[in-house]
Design a protein around this ligand. Structure first.
Ligand SMILES: C[S@@+](CC[C@H](N)C(=O)[O-])C[C@H]1O[C@@H](n2cnc3c(N)ncnc32)[C@H](O)[C@@H]1O
Length: 448
């Protein structure tokens, strides 16, 4: 993989994206004539327009912008602004692309949030899809705390189950969850639309929001709130966590997974002084972290993620694990494959960071030098790196002060049994199984 050789180097994927967008807009105009209005009252479908539901037909991406943004595009047949409950959908305007994306230094970026440094384009979505595959392989599941998640999402008469994927990227996790839980409503939230897909399940849709904003229309609506690897676009991780908890219904479960930018070494304690490969790479990523921090990312907000979750007054039943993923093909068997994919991913990440570094005022030769150094270290035959992923899960307290109902109390008791391990397949029992299954599993280590 070569370094950034010119500012406008990545034209191919962009062209493909634009062709796809053209087809998308034309097909969209053909199929969709009405905007979707959604209601978030409990027990009610989000999409209240059956016609649009049918047209959506699992074949088009759903574009919804919250009323908190005033740049909504009016389109034929939509209800007047004041009649909409909270989100509007834009399907008929040619201005959609420009509304969501801006081109900078050869890549496309979201328009909503200037803190998030990574592109939102075909190339980046490909990287995120690979990362999703790797993390799913390593975890052996789509989500941690599977017993609780399955329990919380079990179909229940008269209750609409809802899942929110915050910072959903290309939408892989949200779509897979929608397929796995067809009775649940899944919403993926991100700063801009993801790739155009043929098949999006009817029970899955995407909205575009900045998660640094209040988003109070989501409060208390979700059984599962998931956020994986969002921290680069978050300006205050503590507030972000607080907001995610507010999105949960009482008894709902929060699923977090984050990994710092820098890579670690498999044996902690190896030198990090810049005199060896490990130290060099560490220094290279610290340089970038400082730049991103100055740009507004709460880059170090995830360093004490465990404490933040443990100390949150509305969270209980906390579970933590650190998943150590090899970077580079230095292990054997499945882990060699995973390591190869991860190394490619980190190299693509270095390229993806190029435009943000350029925007921060660094020269093209400096950035190219940095990318080449990262690649050089990662490709070195003696390189042995790992990426540490901290996974946290916790449930939202059933809110005793607000006056829990008998039903809440029964639910609480059942939850306590599941968490305590009394129930077969409780998280503890599952975790042990995971430890055995994954040679690289390190349940007790902290990333820093
Ligand atoms: C590294 S990607 C991870 C995507 C996905 N969660 C996954 O694990 O495959 C981070 C995603 O979070 C989104 N994101 C970051 N900050 C955000 C914010 N403030 N509001 C909404 N989305 C955000 C980015 O646009 C990006 O798609």
């Amino acid at each position: 993989m070569g370094a950034l050789t010119a500012v406008n180097i990545i034209k191919g994927p962009q062209l493909i994206a634009q062709i796809l967008i053209f087809f998308f807009v034309s097909a969209r105009n053909l199929f969709l004539s009405r905007a979707t209005q959604h209601s978030m009252d409990d027990g009610e479908e989000f999409r209240s327009d059956p016609e649009t539901n049918r047209n959506h037909g699992g074949s088009m991406i759903s574009m919804i912008i919250s009323e908190s943004h005033h740049n909504t595009v009016p389109s034929d047949g939509m209800e007047p602004e004041e009649e909409r409950e909270c989100s509007v959908q834009s399907y008929t305007s040619e201005r959609d692309w420009e509304m969501f994306f801006v081109e900078e230094n050869g890549r496309e970026f979201n328009r909503l949030n200037r803190v998030y440094p990574l592109p939102a384009d075909v190339e980046e979505w490909g990287r995120l899809a690979d990362l999703h595959t790797v993390l799913k392989l390593c975890l052996g599941s789509l989500y941690q705390a599977a017993t609780i998640v399955d329990h919380v999402l079990a179909a229940k008469e008269g209750e609409k189950k809802r899942i929110l994927d915050c910072g959903c990227g290309g939408g892989e996790w949200a779509i897979e969850m929608a397929k796995k839980f067809p009775h649940a409503e899944v919403i993926g939230v991100d700063l801009a639309p993801g790739p155009i897909r043929d098949l999006i399940p009817d029970n899955c849709r995407f909205e575009f929001e900045d998660l640094n904003e209040e988003l109070s229309h989501f409060y208390g609506k979700f059984d599962v709130v998931h956020a994986r690897s969002c921290f680069l676009g978050i300006n205050n991780y503590r507030c972000f966590l607080d907001r995610l908890v507010r999105f949960l219904k009482p008894g709902g479960i929060l699923l977090l997974a984050e990994s710092p930018l820098w890579l670690a070494v498999p044996e902690p304690g190896l030198a990090t002084d810049g005199e060896n490969l490990e130290g060099q790479l560490m220094q290279m990523f610290r340089w970038v972290e400082d730049i991103l921090q100055r740009n507004g990312s709460d880059i170090r907000g995830i360093n004490n993620l465990r404490t933040l979750v443990e100390e949150h007054p509305q969270l209980e039943n906390e579970e933590f694990l650190v998943m150590t993923v090899p970077v580079g093909p230095w292990m054997t068997g499945r882990d060699e494959y995973i390591g190869g994919l991860m190394r490619e991913n980190v190299m693509k990440l270095a390229h993806a960071l190029g435009p943000a570094l350029l925007k921060a005022g660094h020269s093209l030769p400096t950035i190219n030098g940095w990318i080449e150094s990262v690649e050089g270290v990662l490709l070195s035959p003696s390189a042995k790196f790992v990426s540490n992923w901290i996974y946290c899960s916790a449930t939202c307290v059933l809110n005793a002060e607000a006056g829990a109902t008998t039903e809440d109390e029964e639910e609480g008791e059942e939850m306590a049994r599941v968490w305590s391990g009394e129930e077969e397949n409780s998280p503890q029992n599952r975790c042990l199984a995971c430890v055995q299954r994954h040679s690289i599993w390190r349940p007790s280590a902290e990333p820093r």
